[in-house]
Structures are given as structure tokens and as C-alpha cells.
Design a protein around this ligand. Sequence first.
Ligand code: XLS
Ligand code: CA
Ligand code: CA
Length: 453
Amino acid sequence: MAQEFFPQVQGRIPFGGIGSDDPVAYKVYEPDRLVLGKRMEDHLRVAVCYWHSFNWPGSDVFGVGTFDRPWLAPSMEPMAAARLKLAAAFEFFEKLGTPFYTFHDRDIAPDGATFAEATANLHAIVDEAEGHMARTGVRLLWGTANLFSHPRYAAGAATNPDPAVFAYAAAQVKVMLEVTKRLGGTNYVLWGGREGYETLLNTDLKREEQQLARFLGLVAEHKAKIGFTGKLLLEPKPQEPTKHQYDYDSATVHGFLARHGLETEFGTNLEANHATLAGHSFQHEIATSIALGLFGSIDANRGDYQNGWDTDQFPNSVDELSLALYEILRGGGFTTGGFNFDTKLRRQSMDRLDLFHAHIGGIDTLARSLLVAASMIERGTLEANREARYAGWQGDLGRSISDGSATLESLAAAALDGAIDPSPVSGRQEYLENVVNGTIWAIDAGPATKNRG
Ligand code: XLS
Ligand code: CA
Ligand code: CA
């Protein structure tokens, strides 16, 4: 390797165990540990995102970048900067020991004065990325196109009032979908960056919905044409940057897809912070996407319950993530998806090592949550309770309602002659919450060191 960007970390981050004092060792994450018969790494399928970790300088609305990212210096020649960034990113992925990464077209290669120049830049850097991937074994969880940063997208991409902007966005997605296929990406994500509106005074809602549906239809057609076998995923978010984003949440996305006959073409990439912004728990968004047949992948992060911003912090709550992992395991686990760390360091976390601390903590939180969720599945207490709660639907009355043989008249007649006289039953919420906490506490008392028996 040429000059290392992260010399503080030598080699791959080891597993130290719960009792380890080493701040750059995993306390829980052991890729080969079997959980419900499957390797931990294959359950979690962790990815590092390029944009926040390597392409963002640590700026905020009041201040400039604070991070040590030499390739972001305006004085650097853009292609040389992109190569330096790529080398540092792959050094990080390899040392962290995670299997996947994710990127937008404009994260990895500089934009150009023309579309042709931007595309040539992208292809040149992708050639190099291919080499890094082959050398390190790191794979692409998903690719995506940045259809929101350039001023041309100020009024949206697919939903822009100007069809020329729609066309430009379509060209970008075509190129990036092909790049994703070439790199063996297992999904392609479309976050509706500025697909939404600021004011209804200048917006034709109905037309914009048609435009978005047409755009996604074109993407699905091109996917089939080039034989890309990964999944197409939409990423819901209720607001920010636009006041109202069209892909508000899982349920809204499903309604939109079903209205346009696209529900078999697209799934969802769910972000924890976006669930918070939509007023939902992360568990709710996951369970809803699974129930609607949309579940694809996860952007693992956390928001802030007080300030209502998209803070994209690293996840650190086993209590919350255990419930998310429980839904994922109940739903059969990931197929093409995984946990992508769409996460930002805090602006004051300006040491190179902070990027390791943040990811190690987030990955250990996921690993610990996986153990809790697996234990809840194995014990089966929650599932048995749920089944018992709905057991009546397996009886004569329940079946007659579900299969359509009952009518309002037959049900009213049964109530009138006293055959139906339901009495309320406890939902046992506090008991069930104790079951969850009991599992979390029991798991916490688990193996303390690497040499567990
Ligand atoms: C922004 C989104 C974005 C997508 C990828 O809020 O989370 O980062 O994940 O375009
Ligand atoms: Ca995201
Ligand atoms: Ca976010």
C-alpha cells in the first residue's frame, strides 16, 4: 500500500470481547459467529457509505468543514483527489473488516463541465474502484445517483417542471445503474432527493406524481434491458430538503407504487432517522415494509428525538435496534440488502480515529441487537403470545368472516341470538415489554471475553 491514511490502525480491527479495554477492537461483532445457524456477517451485511465518511468535510449551515480530508481541498486536481479519496476509503473498509460499501456517482468522481466529461470521470474512477474491490474483496451493496446537489436539481429531478432536467436525471441514472451492475452491486437505490415541493403556489401535484411514476418506469425498463439482477429500492423520507417529500414513508411509497403498477419492481431502503422524522418508530417502518412486501435494505443511523433534524448519528441503542432486528429476523432476514452506515460524525469528531470509533460502536450495537433478537426468536414467547391473541381467526366464526361466507346479516343474527358475546382480553403490553427487557438483560450477562466456553 502507498502511504496509509489511517496509520493509527494497523491491520484489521480484531474481536476483543466485552471485557476488552482496546478502544479499536470489536466487543461483540464476530463475523464468523453463528447466530440462528448463519454467520453474523451474513446476517448484518454491513456497508460503509462514501458520502458522509469521505466526501463530507464536516461543515454545517453555520460553519465550514472541520475534518481532515485532504482530497476535499479545492487546490487539488479533481481526478488526483478522487484517487486519493478512493485509496483512503478502501484502506478504511479493509481495516474495519466490513463486507460492503455504497456510493453516489458524484461522491466517487468529480462532476464535469459537460455530461460527457462527468461520465468519463466516473468511468475512469470506477475502473480503479474495480481494482480495489478485487484486491480487498469489499463488495458494493448499492449504487445511486446524486440528483439533488447540483443547482439544476433545485426544483427536483424527475418531478422538475422542466423536462430537460428530467432527461438529465434519466441520463445520470442510466449511467449509474450500469456502473452498479458492472461492479456487482446487489441493489440500486433511489432516494427522492428533491422530489417534493416547497410551496403549492407553484406546484402541479398531479403532474409531478405522473412524472415520478414515468421516471421509475423507465428505470425498471432499463434494469430489465441490461439484465441487472439486483433490486431497485426507493428510500422514503418525509421532509428535508423539500418541505414535503413525495416518498413520505413505507405506506406512502407502497400506495404510490400500487397506483402506477410498479409494486413488483421496487422495494424500500429504510433509514432509521427518516422513520423518526415521519413520526414513526424504526420498528414500525420495517414491519410495514415487510407486511407490504417491500422490504429491501436499511440505512442504519439514528436521529434526535428533541430537535427534529436529520442528524444521521451513529446508532447506539440496543433497546431500539433489537426490536428492528427482531422484525427483520421474523421476516426472514436480508436477501440483497444489508445495514448501510448512512451516518455522520459529529462536527467536532475531527481525529481520523473517530471514524473508526463511530463505526465500531455502531457495528457492535447491531451485533448485540442481533443476539437479542435471535434469542427472542428462539424463545418464541412473543410469537406464541401473538398467535394466541389471534387464535379466534382459526375458528368457525373467524374463518367464515375471512373466506367471505359471513354477511352483515348473518353476523347480526348471531349477535342477536346471543351466540356472539365477546369479552375483552388483556393485550399484556407491560408483560411483553418485560419479556424484551429480560432478554436484553440476559444477553448482557453473556460472554465476557474472547475465550468463552
Ligand atoms: C438523505 C438520504 C441519502 C440517501 C442516498 O437524507 O439518506 O443519503 O440515502 O441518496
Ligand atoms: Ca439514507
Ligand atoms: Ca438521513
